[in-house]
Design a protein around this ligand. Sequence first.
Ligand code: MG
Length: 276
Amino acid sequence: MKKVLAFDIDQTLNVAKTPITDDIADLLIRCLDHFEICPISGQKFDQFLVQIVNRLIDRGVTPNALSHLHLFVAQGTQYYRYEPTAVKLGPIEITSESNKIPYKEDGWRQIYNYPLTDEQVAKITETIKQAAKELGFWEEDKLKEGDEIIENRLSQVTFSALGQKAGTEEKYAWDPDCKKRASIVARCKELAPEFDYEIGGTTSINAITPGMNKVFGMTHLLEELNVKKEDILYFGDMTQPGGNDYPVVEMGIDTITVRNHEDTAYALRGILGIIE
Ligand SMILES: [Mg+2]
């Protein structure tokens, strides 16, 4: 039997960028009794809390069960685990007493982190800004107050043409055929070819160092959880060549392709139906 269920987040566990439904939360809580559960996504830690963890808390997950949840943040370049007692160094201790301690958001411990260096962040920021300006796609005047176009997400630098706070409709309309971003990426590749640039979301470009994709995260997952590839079942919506889940398929990890979180719920019901 599989030991680990790993999940892409956007469009696999949720409607992109929104908290998971009650149904998915309840299914994940049931899965935590049988498997190690590993969401892996390019998003930041706080979004893992908002979209997944806080919903599990709402639905009554126990602190002990949370110790089987492994957060592979920023494509797995950061790894977090929950320790019910306190944040401290040394192995994570889970005891029968742990469930009596109420959930605390600061109980999450970062196990590892592979951030970009300050020089890399500065180089990428400068590169994207120059490329977007040259092409006429640097639209600072459209930003809402306090918003920014380029965000340092520690393991990656993200360009969001209209900022983080722009409305969904406005974002969809900005570059529906990805042509603007493709031209920015092409120019960035000329200016700083040592980085990889991935088009994502509706207005975004993620800049990373080569190899910092889901293969990096899944490789570290194998190591940290001390499991083999065969022990993992991965769920993703972009498993086609070129999709951001495809590197996991290429690694030879068993994968279930879903169209949305409803498909994921359907598959999880099937799995739980057999083992419970
Ligand atoms: Mg996805």
